[in-house]
Write a protein that binds this ligand. Structure first.
Ligand SMILES: [Zn+2]
Length: 488
């Protein structure tokens, strides 16, 4: 039992000693000078090779243990920044003060703040390995990156030319027993459609489609939930069958990587066409509601009538182009992985729809673990958008990490896992970005596995790290290193 122990007394003591030290240093993203310097001093005090770059990334190298000099160098990797969040009542200044971890049963938590187990535990593991002198291991390159939580910034900026390792243990996963071997690359594709406004008169109608389930476009895109922007396009297409329906504006969604769950359309309808327009709308909405009963049970359509008005409306041609894009551009899951069961390989999400003074823009989060499919998807967006007179720009691209069929590291880690746990680990890919993708794009032929001890609720004040899982996972790291040291 771990009851009545201090953190420094928890096993493995070296790992928890370093984890405790890290807790004492504030290390939220963009506040990393102190922790980065701490890592540099750690290396200097032990006479280890170290390099700190201008982005505060730190690389520390340790030679192979005796007899393992011929084994291939191994990279141990994690990010030094954490998501620093606190409870409303917590008086702590997280920029300046450390956090206060405490033990509750088999769990480590922090008083009033996030714990930073993500990814402080990787830093602690690497420091413990660097410090222990009884371990059998190949040459080690410990790579501590910065600002992972705000867009993989440190890893992206890192110059990897002084790294020799082609095998990498990324210790930034939160489920014990799961090895992650693939992640999505992505980017944000913005379709700009120039539009023309003209004067129109009619009864103004505001349609609000709301209450959809929404969710994260990486983690939940396969759940078949409706995207309110796309669904609104469908409703507008149905209404276009009536006479005198004019479009003023369309706005929906908040972020490219969030499945849009509310969209507002402003319209004008003519006196003669109104009844038909409303009938068509009701018919199509009834069908939509029925189709989404399971995925989006909260869906709601509100129509408010705002009286006779003369206002700027989109030209017929502009409105037609917008509705065409909403109906015809791809959205959602494009294909599943043929290698990894139940993993989405390629998808996109129309997260944000905006009407400006001169254009309507459609912002998509595009993801794929295959770079070629990601590019093909952007091409599909471009083809149709350009066909109706628009342009597509891509920003914030990050690389994917494709499953490596012949991974030696995965075989060794599976073997180590089997010996220790007496069962098979789950091997999976995730449809979101990981630093492994960035490293895979920089290191030719990189063989990597991402794993880690059990954590819950990372990035929140409920974050907790399983103490016994930290010990089991450290054991797995040590066995893996020992097995790798026998390779040549
Ligand atoms: Zn992390």
């Amino acid at each position: 039992m771990q009851e009545n122990k201090t953190i420094e007394q928890l096993e493995p003591t070296k790992v928890f000693h370093f984890f405790h030290e890290i807790c004492n240093i504030p290390h939220g993203s963009r506040n990393l000078q102190q922790i980065s310097d701490y890592l540099v001093n750690f290396a200097k005090e032990r006479g280890l090779w170290v390099r700190q770059d201008e982005n505060l990334n730190v690389i520390i190298k340790k030679p192979a243990s005796k007899g393992a000099e011929k084994a291939p160098t191994v990279i141990l990797q994690g990010h030094m920044d954490m998501v620093a969040v606190k409870d409303r009542d917590c008086a702590k200044d997280m920029e300046k003060e450390g956090i206060e971890p405490y033990i509750e049963g088999d769990w480590l938590k922090a008083k009033g703040t996030s714990l930073g187990g993500d990814d402080g535990i990787a830093v602690a593991y690497a420091l413990a390995v660097l410090e222990e002198d009884t371990l059998i291991h190949p040459a080690i390159e410990a790579v501590f990156t910065t600002d992972e939580e705000i867009g993989l910034l440190g890893a992206t900026a890192l110059d990897t030319s002084d790294l020799e390792g082609k095998m990498m243990l990324n210790m930034d996963s939160e489920d014990e027993g799961i090895f992650t071997v693939s992640c999505a690359g992505g980017g944000c594709a913005i379709c700009h459609l120039p539009v023309v406004f003209e004067e129109g008169t009619g009864e103004k109608l505001k349609l609000t489609l709301t209450g959809l389930s929404g969710g994260h476009s990486g983690v939940e895109i396969h759940k078949g939930r409706q995207n309110s922007n796309v669904a609104m396009g469908r409703l507008l297409q149905a209404m276009s069958g009536a006479e005198g329906v004019r479009l003023l504006s369309l706005n929906g969604g908040t972020k490219d990587n969030v499945i849009a769950n509310e969209t507002v359309a402003e319209l004008l309808v003519s006196k003669q066409g109104k009844k038909q327009a409303m009938d068509l709308l009701q018919q199509e909405y009834a069908a939509l509601k029925e189709e989404t009963a399971v995925t989006d049970p909260g869906i709601q359509l509100m129509a408010s009538e705002e009286g006779e008005q003369t206002v700027a409306v989109l030209s017929r041609e502009s409105a037609k182009a917008v509705v065409l894009l909403l109906n015809m551009l791809p959205n959602g899951v494009i294909c599943m992985s043929p290698d990894i069961p139940n993993m989405v390989q390629t998808s996109l999400n129309l997260g944000v729809l905006r009407t400006g003074e001169k254009e309507v823009s459609l912002t998509y989060s595009v993801r794929s673990s295959k770079e070629s499919q990601k590019h093909n998807l952007v091409t599909r967006l471009r083809l149709l958008t350009e066909f109706v007179g628009g342009t597509v720009e891509v920003e914030g691209e990050y690389p994917g990490w494709d499953f490596k069929q012949d991974s030696r590291l995965l075989e060794i880690m599976k073997e180590a896992y089997r010996e220790q746990y007496g069962s098979e680990p789950v091997v999976e890919g995730i449809h979101a970005g990981l630093e492994c993708g960035v490293f895979a794009s920089k290191i030719e032929g990189l063989d990597a596995v991402s794993f880690g001890p059990q954590m819950h609720n990372v990035h929140s004040i409920q974050e907790e790290l399983c103490i016994s899982s930290v010990e089991r996972t450290y054991c797995l790291v040590k066995t893996t290193l020992e097995k790798l040291s026998k390779l040549s």
